[in-house]
Design a protein around this ligand. Structure first.
Ligand SMILES: Cc1cc2nc3c(=O)[nH]c(=O)nc-3n(C[C@H](O)[C@H](O)[C@H](O)COP(=O)(O)OP(=O)(O)OC[C@H]3O[C@@H](n4cnc5c(N)ncnc54)[C@H](O)[C@@H]3O)c2cc1C
Length: 209
């Protein structure tokens, strides 16, 4: 892994790849880049030569838990918007949305799910702190798909209670809905983490047979 300054003649940004409507026009978002005969000083090396992949992998455990923490923050904000809206939005019979049992279920379920997500992330963080990221790989796999799923569910419920307003850009909900959908894909899709976790669990059973 080596640093290549952007003014290197061999570096080229081919294109920014638009993500859910975000073209990344004013910054190098998710860019397709090429490096052709880039010459850089050997002091630009990060870590040891030939160990770049391992270095990139080492970053993933703490990187994933960082995403989960950020997602919990977004969940809390979406939840707050949902609660504020349902207690004020009047229905035709002088009731407010919050009087509807379905809405109450969504509030209760969202609260329980966010709390569960927070405790799971805290538990993973404690394992990383005490035993290192490698020892916490099962916990990290679990939070990666579990918290991403809750994030999408909570944002979706918050949009639903806002009705038409929820899909306008007058609240942050539509931005989160677009921006955070990738949570179930980047740093490993849900299915890969579920598979990895299941294999790790089942290994203990098969080796003990
Ligand atoms: C917004 C965004 C930001 C990203 N940022 C980065 C970054 O900073 N650095 C980086 O290195 N990468 C980044 N990625 C890449 C990301 O990690 C990959 O897109 C992701 O790992 C999925 O790989 P893929 O796109 O090749 O899909 P594929 O591997 O083709 O998978 C497609 C789908 O097939 C299913 N699937 C795949 N493998 C399995 C399996 N083993 N079992 C069951 N189902 C499976 C899943 O549903 C998956 O979504 C980013 C992606 C996005 C969308």
């Amino acid at each position: 892994m080596i640093l290549v300054p952007l003014d290197n003649p061999g570096y080229k940004l081919i294109r920014n790849i638009p993500i859910m409507g975000d073209v990344g026009a004013d910054y190098f978002s998710h860019g397709e880049v090429t490096f052709t005969n880039c010459k850089v000083p050997v002091t630009n090396l990060i870590g040891e030569a030939g160990k770049g992949f391992a270095l990139a992998q080492a970053r993933l455990g703490p990187g994933r838990i960082h995403h989960c923490m950020r997602w919990i923050g977004i969940c809390e904000r979406a939840f707050d918007l949902m609660c504020k809206h349902v207690v004020t939005r009047k229905l035709s019979d002088q009731k407010v949305l919050a009087d509807q049992q379905m809405i109450q279920f969504w509030i209760a379920e969202s609260r329980a799910e966010i709390n569960a997500a927070r405790l799971m992330v805290l538990n993973a963080a404690q394992t990383i702190e005490k035993e290192g990221a490698k020892a916490a790989k099962d916990e990290i796999a679990a939070i990666k798909f579990f918290v991403a799923d809750i994030l999408i569910k909570v944002i979706d419920r918050a949009i639903q209670v806002h009705g038409g307003l929820g899909v306008t850009d007058y609240t942050l909900l539509s931005f989160w809905y677009r921006h955070e959908r990738a949570a179930r894909i980047y740093d490993g899709p849900d299915e890969v983490h579920k598979s990895a976790l299941a294999k790790s669990i089942l290994k203990k059973y098969t080796t003990n047979l």
